[in-house]
Design a protein around this ligand. Structure first.
Ligand SMILES: [Zn+2]
Length: 141
């Protein structure tokens, strides 16, 4: 379905933040006497907003990876899209979760600390006198 009320706003080449293709479009919307423009991607027909330097949605870094399990592909895509909207902390957390999912898919035990092997873990539990659990009571006021 075509967009309504579009105009020829001058050609611009860009990488679409939705489909990832490098496209050239001259169709979209503009604000008079400003650099604000919205271009319609000729490939996926989704709108991208442009200020002087900024593009929204931004370009997701990296590339699509084929033949991934659905839940891994979805998480990888989410991490890339987080970067495209400057949500870097969310991207790091998604990447961490991605690594945990890959590790479990490759046979790692869930909840297992990869920094310690089981023998070391068992040795520490028998040779140190670490209390199992402490409870603290707040002082009476
Ligand atoms: Zn597109």
């Amino acid at each position: 379905m075509p967009w309504e009320g579009t105009a020829n706003i001058g050609s611009r080449s860009y990488r679409c933040g939705y489909c990832g293709n490098i496209v050239a479009s001259a169709i979209g919307y503009y604000k008079k006497n400003s650099a604000l423009k919205v271009y319609i991607c000729p490939h996926c027909e989704r709108p991208s907003y442009f200020d002087k330097r900024d593009q929204v949605p931004g370009i997701a870094p990296g590339n699509e990876v084929e033949n991934l399990p659905d839940h891994i592909a979805s998480l990888y895509r989410e991490a890339r899209y987080c970067v495209s909207v400057s949500a870097y902390t969310a991207s790091v957390l998604a990447c961490r979760k991605l690594l945990m999912n890959i590790a479990v898919a490759q046979g790692a035990q869930e909840g297992y600390d990869a920094g310690q092997n089981q023998a070391t873990h068992a040795k520490l539990n028998h040779t140190t006198n670490i209390p199992k659990r402490r409870s603290f009571k707040s002082p009476d006021l």
